[in-house]
Design a protein around this ligand. Sequence first.
Ligand code: ATP
Length: 367
Amino acid sequence: MNELKLSGLTKFFGDFAAVQDVDVTVQADEVLCLLGPSGCGKTTTLRMIAGLESATKGCVFFGDRDVTALPARDRDVAMAFQFYALYPDLTVGQNLVYPLQAEGASPEEAADRLGQIADILQLSEVLDRYPHQLSEGEKQRVAVGRCVIRAPNAFLFDEPLSRLDAKLRDEMRGSIRKVLATLDRPTVIVTHDQLEAMTMGDRIAVMRDGKVEQVGRPLDVFERPANTFVAGFIGTPQMNLISGRCIAANDRELAIETAGHTISVSSDPFQTLPPEGAEVTMGFRPRAAARSAEGISLKSAKVFLCENMGAETLVHSDWAGQSIRALLQGPGWPEGQAHDVEVSEVALTLFGPDGTRIRRKSEQEAA
Ligand code: ATP
């Protein structure tokens, strides 16, 4: 089956660039999540793929076929929106097979596919019910089922879980993932929820202000974010990002000054070094912060909030005027006290003056 390719895809509303130069290819058996904050251009990108929005520049290809100029009805994509509209007078089963009947599938074919989809989405027990007799989660599953029952050129989902409560979302992520694994078509899911993107996507495209900041497998984006924006957007609790100035960068040492404190690390692991005097950012995940570690120490961080998260405590401290989050096993540190937050050097991520991550030599070796 064919891949979906976006090439230089751009959308202007007047002189406002909602989507700019998006280049990404989604393989036939791949799920790509478009992830980013509200207004970054995710839905507009999806709508351009569907043909519901015209592109100002750039192209959409299904395989080798340029479909940019085709209207939505001629693109043969299946799309599920956050506001699912089920036909109220049709049963679940009828709702599900409706798209198949509309394209002339035989009754045997329709019954076969209905059985498969109902089974995966756990709807077999409710096939004879009407939409008003369903829970929200069931309705959402019917909407997803109706979308995936056909075999179109591509599947597009816009915030498929946004209307569900946390528990149902957890359940639905699994169901959708299962059903997506059976589809041999490029699939694009729009979400602003990074957990959804991490769990449902084979790859994630992180967007900001209409542009794609990084495309990668979930773990790659988490472990090797392209820049400070991606680093801050992916991961809960959010990565700590401490800004400072490089005061020494030589073959032994990299020293960074921040609000009167100097942090020194070995320069050896990094492929390049920032010039002395450059603004840099040090990042580390809250989970990497420890009571004691061989590495850097943020001395006397003052604890101002402890959030009990069950087995762990998220401790917020003020260090040199910057807010630091540490996720600690057990009860954490008492509020009001000062503690040293320690981080091993391998857990440090370093970003250069333009916010781009400085690669480690180990990445070069691994590549
Ligand atoms: P959300 O997560 O809130 O749905 P999004 O990432 O999907 O956001 P889009 O809906 O693609 O964002 O919108 C991108 C930008 O384009 C926003 O600033 C939005 O206000 C703007 N925009 C979208 N549609 C139009 C339109 N028809 N006319 C003018 N501006 C628009």
